[in-house]
Unconditional design. Sequence first.
Length: 279
Amino acid sequence: MAKPRIVNVQFNNESVFWGEYANRILAEGDSWFGWAHLNLKPSSNLLEELRFEQSTVIVSYAYSGDTIRNMADLCSNSAFAREIRSQPYEAIMLSGGGNDLIDALPHVIRAANPAAPPAAATDCVDAAALDTLFDDFVLPNYRQLIDHRDQDAAPNRNTPVVIHTYDFPTARDAPATFLGAVKTAGPWMWRALRAANVPATFDREIVDIVFARLRTALLSLDDPARNVHVVDTSGTIKRASPGSTGLSGDWINEIHPDAHGYALLAARLNDELRAADIR
């Protein structure tokens, strides 16, 4: 089993000679597909932890911070749109929705009144705002990308699409760092919760509520008849400990797994790819 060659066009747009590879995979996504290309070691990403029996190249348009709304905007994301229309692939892998949720947290988390603390974690979550996020933005944009795959005479019409859910993170003051020292981004959830004056005792339950809703939304995209496959990776990796500020469990920071965590998640994706005879 060998690692794939990853050509991330955002950072190393190299020439690819298709005849050299038995498997050609197109990827678009967020930091779970592109984090390591920011050189924030020892972090990794899902694509780099995939393993194949045959020679494999992954052409990736992923970058840290991307959202499914940006990915589906075929005007601003025109290079990816052209790639789907021009070159046949054995699979298309998508990673999105996590940043859409992170960005929406200030609107999803209800601000608490310190003089009258909420009685339950559910009081701190605006369920209607969550429904709007997923039903009006995340899911329609995923469907738009899938519809783009299925244009008449498109070379990737009915090419398998593989999507993953996210595992459950822990809200904590654990930002991303460069070489473990210089803070570069985040923390994301912990900051949003503190800004809303939410009691820290509710942090885990609130995170579980919003990420469970994200999981449900993504799983609803699963449609084997249309060759769309959602791999449920929830509960695969060890959760970080509350109050930790760095590497904990299988997480390098608040919202990104470490290399071991990504390897466990990638094994689940490899199972789905093998089911599509991509080995």
